[in-house]
Design a protein around this ligand. Sequence first.
Ligand code: P1T
Length: 382
Amino acid sequence: MNYKFATKAIHAGQEADPTTGAVMTPIYQTSTYQQKAPGDHKGYEYSRGTNPTRKALEDCLAALEKGKFGLAFSSGMAATDCVLRLLKPGDEVVTGDDLYGGSYRIFTKVYEPLGIVFKFVNTSDVDAVTAAITGKTKLIWVETPTNPTLKLADIEAIGRIAKEKGILYAVDNTFASPYLQNPLDLGADIVMHSVTKYLGGHSDVVMGALIVNDEDLYKLLWFYYNACGGTPGPQDSFLVLRGIKTLHLRMKAHCENGRKVAEYLKNHPKIEKIYWPGFEDHPGHEVAKKQMKDFGGMVSIVIKGADLAETFRVASGFKVFTLAESLGGVESLINHPATMTHGSIPKETREKVGVVDNLLRLSVGIEDADDLIADLEQALSR
Ligand code: P1T
């Protein structure tokens, strides 16, 4: 489908139901499908492997990421797990030193004990990525912008190295969403999403996705997807299809509010440091301008001179922002990475990359920006 983003968000993978003409993709709430004779069926056998509602979503996700094949999972972590299943003991992975805590946890607590070696480097530095590659490197896993310090990796530059060395290259595109950035176009082999976030957009579904172009890679991933079974149900697939219809509108609003909030906070006397890639002095600003359509709705701040107790007081004092894990929904959330989303990372490891006890992460929603700023003002003045 050669349509532009907004048209794909509303129509890709979705046609009026052939039996009834229903405009919205029906929720095919079925675990199984009738076969006339063994093997004689309409393309659907059992819903762990295929379900029409999920298929519509997978086709829509693939279209948005400009890929050929989409796979939806029961969570972002199930999607990540599926990629890691391609590895064998002794294989090495080069990945970022700032990652979602759950990604760090599955790497170090689930796959490292199985003999996979992970090298955590600053993926903003292409030379550091190159230096970490050995003959055993089988996967480069990049998150950009990173969670929670919003570091940028040059997707295309790393893609060139991956291609040259024949290494599988996956990009976690959760923070940008397919509206802001399309890694497959920049040389990635796999795009991963926590669909729970901007794609779902309404904080009512946990889901993940992988999108690829290569058919053999798709078939291999599909094997593990079906064999291991971390696939989502039709109700959740329907909710995400519905959420995606407004992705372009929501992302524009997230970016606009993100900018207003970041600009308000930049010179605030209580803020020691602010991370938002839209600032010209952000080290990844030029890369962000090159590969992203806009700068997103995520902003992280360090509260000046605050200890843990004082940071907790600020985090607990909001009226419009909700203190909660997750991000990317229409409502604004505030999160304390050190004890919430990144609690599984040892203190010394996280502090090296700036995930300090007085860091707070804002997922700027699409409420009125004036109300968000007033809420920040009152919470910071406590
Ligand atoms: O939560 P789940 O859908 O399983 O996705 C995991 C995941 C993967 N990658 C990134 C960049 C993520 O941010 C996440 C989930 N993150 C949060 C829950 C959070 O609040 O940061």
